[in-house]
Design a protein around this ligand. Structure first.
Ligand SMILES: Cc1cc2nc3c(=O)[nH]c(=O)nc-3n(C[C@H](O)[C@H](O)[C@H](O)COP(=O)(O)OP(=O)(O)OC[C@H]3O[C@@H](n4cnc5c(N)ncnc54)[C@H](O)[C@@H]3O)c2cc1C
Length: 372
């Protein structure tokens, strides 16, 4: 259907998880919403596909049903560094591995149910005074939301792009028909790269590899993880490799006038902590509330609260990742203090306040680091 001369209250550029969650949340606030995406559903993307417990809770509040058979629960995170294994558990509620294709279908279904005007195969080409120009014509809107991902053009057109980082990290993923052997997301550490194993179904696992430096291929990267590579020997590959990067993209601000950015478009540090989706879902509800009140400053403030801790944790982990000797010590310390690892995870998925972490956990972890 052409979009020529359409007028809407909220126009969302990008129908990925961030854009669709924002559309659902805005409809629930009673707003009229249109989403345009240059691709057609279901949309796949390079991703570790692990949803943290707090991200799952937001999806539930938005009425997005993931269905029982199409997701696989995980109860914590396991770090594997050579012979050292450290494991942290979520406090009560589990996270879930969900294939991107399935997640996308569920979000689309919920958006359709609520009457979001979804326009697939429509590329936005620039911003205009009253909305955007697409290849099919203009769309006018009171509010524009840039949910167009890591390399957001909306962020660029709005003058919100910050300088690129010289430190480049990339990601690539592949799926295997294999029964998950763990009820955790496993992170295998090697110098300069990590492999994330996420159970996504009763008979399927996804592997995402993140690394620093130049572009590389999945098979080449797997040479750094011989134990994991052995486990995968002979397993059927059930997806096409998908890559992504450079991962670090920054924005100067998340709003300008009547425009707001959400998800990766709003700025992205790295996938090392596996919470991009959860952040986008939290932002979606914050944005919808701000749009209903007609005040994007509310969103900007809430966004800072949502991203402050994850960004700090991600920066810290990246700093450690670049120092292999320190990284090994940290994993050894966490292996000796599983309760601390679990506590860090609880803060990470917003089940515990950060205050307790600084006062009690950090000194103990530092002491263990000295000993390791
Ligand atoms: C290797 C890797 C592993 C990851 N692992 C995890 C994990 O385990 N857990 C987790 O929570 N997060 C993870 N992430 C992060 C997560 O994938 C992202 O945070 C998430 O996809 C962001 O969603 P989004 O909707 O903002 O962007 P996207 O999913 O990128 O969606 C953007 C949409 O905008 C559309 N678009 C772009 N330009 C235009 C245009 N001009 N006109 C119209 N449409 C347009 C695109 O077609 C796309 O559909 C990982 C990321 C990587 C790279």
């Amino acid at each position: 259907m052409p979009v020529v001369n359409r007028v809407t209250e909220v126009l969302i550029v990008g129908g990925g998880p961030g854009g669709l969650a924002a559309a659902v949340a805005a409809r629930l606030e009673g707003l009229e919403v249109m989403v345009v995406d240059r691709r057609r559903p279901p949309i796949d993307k390079a991703c570790g596909e692990g949803l943290m417990p707090d991200g799952l809770a937001v999806l539930r509040d938005l009425g997005v049903e993931l269905g029982a058979g199409q997701k696989q629960a995980f109860r914590g995170i396991r770090y594997i560094d050579g012979e050292t294994v450290a494991e942290g558990r979520f406090p009560e509620v589990a996270g879930a591995g969900v294939r991107r294709l399935h997640l996308h279908q569920c979000l689309v279904r919920r958006a359709e149910e609520l009457g979001v005007d979804l326009r697939w195969g429509v590329r936005v080409e620039k911003l205009s005074d009253s909305g955007v120009e697409t290849q099919d014509g203009p769309v006018n809107a009171r509010w524009i939301v840039g949910a167009d991902g890591l390399r957001s053009r909306v962020r660029h057109w709005a003058g919100l792009e910050a300088a690129a980082s010289k430190w480049q990290r990339f990601g690539v993923r592949r799926h295997f028909r294999l029964q998950p052997w763990s009820d955790c997301v496993e992170v295998y550490w090697a110098d300069g790269c990590e492999a994330y194993v996420t159970p996504v179904a009763a008979d399927e696992i996804g592997i995402a590899v993140l690394w620093s430096g130049r572009k590389a291929r999945f098979d080449r990267l797997m040479e750094s993880f011989p134990t994991l590579a052995n486990r995968l020997e002979g397993a059927e590959v059930v997806s096409r490799d998908r890559g992504c990067g450079p991962l670090r993209q920054r924005s100067k601000a998340v709003t300008r006038g009547h425009l707001a950015l959400i998800g990766d478009a709003a700025g992205y540090v790295d996938a090392i902590t596996g919470e991009g989706l959860s952040i986008a879902f939290h932002q979606a509800t914050a944005l919808a509330m701000a749009l209903r009140q007609g005040d994007l400053a509310l969103y900007a403030r809430r966004c800072r609260d949502i991203t402050r801790l994850p960004d700090a944790m991600t920066q810290l982990l990246l700093w450690i990742e670049r120092r292999p000797a320190l990284r090994r010590r940290v994993v050894r310390a966490l292996a000796r203090e599983p309760a601390i690892f679990s506590r860090l995870l609880a803060v990470h998925c917003r089940a515990l306040p950060v205050r307790g972490l600084v006062l009690e956990t950090a000194p103990r972890l530092l002491w263990r680091l000295v000993q390791s």
